[in-house]
Write a protein that binds this ligand. Structure first.
Ligand SMILES: Cc1cc2nc3c(=O)[nH]c(=O)nc-3n(C[C@H](O)[C@H](O)[C@H](O)COP(=O)(O)OP(=O)(O)OC[C@H]3O[C@@H](n4cnc5c(N)ncnc54)[C@H](O)[C@@H]3O)c2cc1C
Length: 374
């Protein structure tokens, strides 16, 4: 039975960053990713901070050579129907990127595999069990068979999916029930800016639109799940009526040929109170899931993976202090994120009585079971 020092479950940015950061430390690392990166993935606008994180992971060149679109800023009709421009170039990190997420995530996994991580694609981890004298036992469905792998340390990087037998088996603490209705459209010869992402607030939510490589653009409408009642949420008719309510988005999407049907995705904010366990740590969205408005999901996933790798390295040498530091960092990061999200939503005051905005303008709820369990 193959044995790893560290097994990472999930090959998104958080899992890949953990592997990249563990590289070169003489550890046997295995990464299990359920997909082959075939299905579309959301989260295409990468904040400028991502560039520096990728440099620190030793893959800064890879993104420059991948043919992604540089994102120079955001054009936002937020707080007013006159779009305003926020230029990234005047920030500390320069430009961001508009990427095809399958290609971006696959690029990071490939980089990890060239730096000594054993990457298993199409490998669904069904469950994990910790046995005190043996470490973690992972049951993995791979190529139509169930395989068993062992690991001294487990990293849960499954994003918004749970993982049986681990601390991610428990439901997270949710701040809201935001969902996204996402669609890809043809962007050939369109007025959609090649280098600016676009955001527009509407009465019951907000939109984003961004150009991606290969003449495609992604458009998404974000609202609360109860404000977009089904059935028929993903129909062309519903999509058209939602587009109609957004003047900027409507002008840019006009006559665009769809490249996909509208698809619903979960987009709410959440956190877990327990992020480290017995020879185990959770990273990325599994720990702290962002509202897409923050634009920080991928940056935070990369940073959490990097910090977790330091904690794991120390833990395998018998020092648990790194895991405690990591757990404290996740709590601080979530508080900072929540404050920023509240400030952003308060900038929009045109529909104070509308449920979507009233919910976001309320004073923050008392923290739940806030103290992190260690
Ligand atoms: C609508 C929407 C728009 C967004 N827009 C942005 C944006 O513009 N910019 C931004 O920075 N962020 C954005 N985000 C957030 C961003 O996508 C996430 O924060 C980021 O992908 C988190 O990375 P992760 O590695 O933690 O999780 P994920 O990217 O979700 O990766 C988890 C991985 O685990 C794998 N997996 C799950 N379960 C198993 C299992 N049992 N076995 C094996 N593999 C498994 C999955 O296949 C997946 O590859 C957006 C999110 C949403 C919902």
């Amino acid at each position: 039975m193959p044995a790893f020092d560290v097994s990472v479950v999930g090959g998104g940015p958080a899992g890949a960053a953990t592997c990249l950061r563990l590289a070169g430390r003489g550890l046997r690392v295995g990464l299990f990713e359920r997909s082959h990166f075939q299905a579309p993935r959301v989260g295409e606008v990468l904040a400028p901070a991502v560039g520096e994180l990728l440099q620190r992971l030793g893959v800064g060149q890879d993104i420059d050579h991948a043919g992604f679109v540089r994102c120079h800023g955001i054009s936002s009709a937020w707080g007013s129907d006159r779009p305003r421009f926020h230029d990234f170039v005047f920030g500390t990190h320069g430009w961001g990127w508009q990427v095809e997420r399958r290609a971006f995530d696959s690029m990071l996994c490939t980089a990890a595999s060239t730096r000594a991580t054993e990457v298993h694609l199409g490998a669904v981890v069904r469950s994990c069990h910790h046995l005190p004298d043996h470490g973690w036992r992972l049951t993995v469905a791979q190529a139509g068979e169930l395989q068993v792998y062992w690991a001294r340390f487990l990293v849960i990087a499954t994003g918004r999916f749970g993982l049986r037998g681990t601390l991610a088996d428990q439901p997270p603490i949710r701040d809201d029930r935001l969902i996204g209705l996402v669609r890809y459209v043809d962007a050939t010869a369109s007025a959609i800016s090649p280098t600016l992402a676009c955001i527009e607030a509407v009465r019951d939510g907000w939109w984003y639109l961004a150009r991606l490589p290969d003449q495609v653009a992604v458009a998404a409408y974000l609202t609360d799940v109860d404000l977009l009642p089904g059935p028929g949420r993903t129909t062309q008719r519903r999509w058209s009526s939602l587009v109609e309510s957004a003047s900027l988005i409507r002008s840019l999407l006009q006559d665009r040929t769809p490249r996909s049907s509208p698809r619903l995705v979960a987009a709410g904010s959440w956190r877990r109170t327990q992020v480290v366990g017995n020879h185990c740590v959770a990273v990325g969205d599994t720990v702290l899931a962002h509202d897409p408005l923050s634009g920080q999901g991928v940056a935070q996933a990369l940073e959490s993976g990097m910090r977790a790798a330091e904690a794991i390295h120390r833990a395998l040498e018998g020092d648990q202090g790194g895991c405690l530091d990591y757990a404290a960092w996740t709590q601080t990061a979530y508080q900072a994120y929540r404050q920023q999200r509240r400030r952003s939503y308060r900038l929009e005051q045109r529909w104070p009585a509308a449920t979507f905005w009233a919910r976001r303008h309320q004073p923050p709820a008392q923290p739940g079971p806030g103290a992190l369990r260690r």
